[in-house]
Design a protein around this ligand. Structure first.
Ligand code: ADP
Length: 252
């Protein structure tokens, strides 16, 4: 059984340069893969596939999928650069977290049913709160990334449950916080991967992630947004049983 606690970490200057170089190399590689496929299919369409409309049709659908992969990747890169920019800024808005979560879960119901996953809203019914100082768009992104992952990796037959505790004093925050849990009964994650899971482009199974349309940036974005909100994230996972991603955010 593995547990990872993500701290608000500060990267030493000497490490930052190396990380930036790795990042640029990774981005180039991630962009080049779909681009190479696109260029190959363009060549084929200009040549042999001209005479074969059925093949051309098939190639065009693959090209569409590759182009939308690039589009998702660029979208996630932009999100990441936005949330990394002013990590320590204190967000000014007050967000009704209960209402935000309920809407996120409802919005992802179609995705869950398409995947054959049972998505359970275990949120307290009687309240829209608590009020969390934050950025509504960013918090929505945190929970939609976590729930989408739970659905994606949970797979057909899995159960995904979203729950929220009543606000309580959180010693790690030295403040009152609210804990949200996204739990799935999916395959779980072997412990050795946990420390690296929130790194940009880190995947347990690259092939499966790509097949599921993943960019490898989802949890990196989640981590930065949670840090920005002075929150904490924790991942508990047991292979064969499932994973729970918990996020604690300070409340007003
Ligand atoms: P991706 O775009 O690949 O989904 P993420 O940053 O969102 O990237 O997640 C990183 C990796 O963590 C995934 O590739 C997957 O291997 C693993 N992962 C994330 N969430 C889950 C989950 N709920 N169950 C099992 N594995 C998960």
């Amino acid at each position: 059984r593995g547990v990872l606690v993500v701290f608000e970490d500060v990267t030493p200057v000497e490490k930052a340069g190396q990380m930036r170089r790795d990042f640029v190399a990774n981005v180039s590689h991630e962009l080049r893969t779909p681009l190479t496929a696109l260029m190959g299919f363009i060549e084929t369409l200009k040549g042999p596939a001209r005479e074969d409309p059925a093949a051309a049709e098939r190639f065009l659908s693959i090209m569409e999928a590759e182009a939308s992969r690039m589009n998702r990747l660029v979208g996630d890169l932009l999100s990441l650069s936005r949330v990394e920019a002013d990590e320590r800024m204190r967000p000014a808005e007050r967000v009704e977290l209960g209402a935000l979560l309920r809407a996120s879960v409802a919005g992802l119901a179609p995705l869950a049913s398409e995947a054959g996953v049972t998505l359970i809203d275990a949120l307290p019914e009687e309240t829209d709160g608590p009020l969390v100082p934050g950025d509504a768009d960013q918090l929505r992104q945190v929970f939609s990334n976590l729930v989408e992952n739970a659905i994606k990796y949970g797979g057909a037959g899995a159960e995904v449950r979203v729950a929220m505790d009543a606000p309580a004093y959180e010693p790690r925050l030295r403040a009152t916080g609210v804990r949200v849990r996204v739990a799935d009964t999916g395959p779980g994650i072997p412990e050795i991967h946990l420390p690296r899971l929130t790194e940009r482009f880190y995947r347990v199974d690259s092939h499966r992630s790509r097949e599921m349309g993943g960019t490898g940036l989802g949890l990196a974005i989640v981590k930065h947004i949670v840090n920005r909100h002075r929150g904490r994230m924790r991942i508990d996972s047991t292979p064969g049983e499932g994973s729970t991603f918990s996020v604690v955010l300070p409340v007003d």
